[in-house]
Design a binder for this molecule. Structure first.
Ligand SMILES: [Zn+2]
Ligand SMILES: [Zn+2]
Length: 272
């Protein structure tokens, strides 16, 4: 099985790269891409873990970007993990996330909730600082019933503690991935409700693939994006988007898989 979308503890995944590849081997996955959100920090460990278990690693990333003002996720595959541009970009994003968190914490304090950055760091450890961590602090302190309540009342877009985030344009995300030797693929177009105009724009900017075979896409969604992939000459890819049962229940490695011919087709675009 070939599965080109998964997450580790380097972003919001539940499992370390070692655990992930143990599970992949047990599930019969022969090729697995590690595509953590906005970071390549897990790839070195993933490389060692994959080699030890006889699974092929595709070094990847999943970038959050904006297309015509709407958020889209763009997967990079076949990246050079040590590429300096990618590393610099990840550092910038980490700094941006920290800055944004400080501003949100400050807003919460002004609203009368004495949150401290230490509380957030204690939950986030090294991974991917984000609103879910702050939400969990608010729940733990007893100020919110659950994380949904925290987002509804304080942290959601337009709510009192909301802070705008750094916006990477879709075309720039594609450019970044390509300059690091990789191919750019639009992740879960169905779940992101991407339309034809948005896909056309990305295709023009150098998109190589469309993740038609995503774990969350039902047959009619797959059919719709299969047609768009054909129209724009994009390679159809497959991804389980596995995060671990606790983070994203019901998804398992290899539940979406693609034929080797398509995998080779995508790989061929990496060096083109
Ligand atoms: Zn995504
Ligand atoms: Zn993902």
């Amino acid at each position: 099985m070939i599965d080109l979308h998964s997450h580790t503890t380097a972003s919001d995944g539940q499992h370390s790269p070692e655990e992930l590849f143990t599970m992949a081997a047990a599930a019969g996955v022969t090729v697995l891409a590690v595509t953590d959100h906005d970071t390549v920090a897990g790839l070195a460990a993933a490389q060692a873990a994959a080699a030890a278990r006889g699974v092929e690693l595709v070094p990847g990333i999943e970038l959050s970007a904006f297309v015509l003002g709407r958020e889209a996720h763009i997967l990079g595959h076949f990246l050079r993990p040590e590429d300096p541009d990618i590393a610099r970009f990840a550092d910038t994003l980490r700094a941006e996330r920290e800055q944004r968190m400080k501003q949100m914490v400050e807003k919460m304090r002004k609203l009368g909730f004495p949150v401290r950055m230490e509380d957030v760091y204690a939950l986030a450890e090294d991974a991917h600082l984000g609103r879910p961590h702050l939400a969990r602090v608010l729940v733990e302190k007893g100020w919110c019933v659950d994380t949904k309540d925290a987002f509804d009342r304080f942290l959601g877009n337009g709510r009192p503690a909301w802070v705008d985030r750094y916006r990477l344009e879709g075309a720039d995300a594609i450019q970044l991935i390509r300059s690091a030797g990789g191919t750019a693929t639009l992740a879960h177009p169905g779940s992101s409700k991407m339309n034809r105009a948005e896909i056309a724009l990305l295709a023009k900017a150098g998109l190589a693939g469309l993740e038609v075979l995503h774990a969350d896409h039902n047959p009619s969604v797959r059919e719709k994006y299969m047609a768009l992939a054909r129209e724009f000459g994009l390679v159809v890819t497959a991804g389980s988007d596995f995060h671990g049962e606790k983070v994203a229940p019901g998804r398992h490695l290899g539940m979406a898989s693609m034929p080797p011919e398509l995998f080779q087709k995508l790989r061929a675009r990496a060096s083109a």
